[in-house]
Unconditional design. Structure first.
Length: 179
């Protein structure tokens, strides 16, 4: 599978243990992800591998997210899907949360999306020209919202509240993956 990976990182000015308590709470995505208004944990584990949630946008449309890999106090990977099918328009989509201690009072958070478009050569061109720039912009917004929420423990009410943190989010250049 020839996949693309987009990664961003942001320094969150809270201790790593506090950052992990937020990151590992699978029920609060709507408190920091722009455009998501509700998170619903489905039957089964509430956290860890196989935890499954639905995240809803303003229109009521839901995306399934299932944890496929979990490393305690460090991060986890989520498969993005719609029921038993991949998240449209992708052949595969995955979102990764990762954190590491910078010092006792600050934590580096990395967010990544790994994705593959269908359609062969046309899909690879769309990855570069359309999907990758849109996903990069979306990840910057998620990282800015996450920083605002983690540092204030207050759900952002307006886009402007988290947008002020966008300049602190760095895009990490990553090559295509062959997985």
């Amino acid at each position: 599978m020839n996949s693309e990976r987009v990664t961003v990182e942001v320094v969150v000015d809270i201790p790593p243990a506090q950052a992990w308590s937020f990151m590992s709470d699978f029920s609060i995505a709507h408190k920091y992800v722009p455009g998501i208004v509700k998170t619903e944990i489905l039957e089964g584990p509430a956290t860890g591998v196989d935890a499954h949630r639905l995240v809803f946008d303003k229109s009521g449309k839901a995306i399934d997210e299932t944890i496929i890999h979990w490393i305690e106090n460090t991060g986890f990977n989520i498969r993005l899907h719609q029921g038993n099918k991949p998240l449209i328009p992708f052949k595969y989509a995955q979102f990764n949360y990762h954190m590491s201690k910078l010092d006792d009072e600050s934590t580096l958070v990395q967010l990544a999306m790994i994705f593959e478009a269908p359609w062969g050569l046309i899909g690879r061109v769309l990855n570069r020209l359309l999907f990758r720039p849109l996903i990069e912009k979306r990840l910057i917004g998620v990282a800015a919202g996450l920083k605002f929420f983690y540092e204030s423990a207050d759900e952002f009410k307006s886009k402007e509240e988290s947008d002020r943190f966008k300049p602190e989010v760095k895009v990490v250049k990553t090559p295509s993956l062959d997985i």
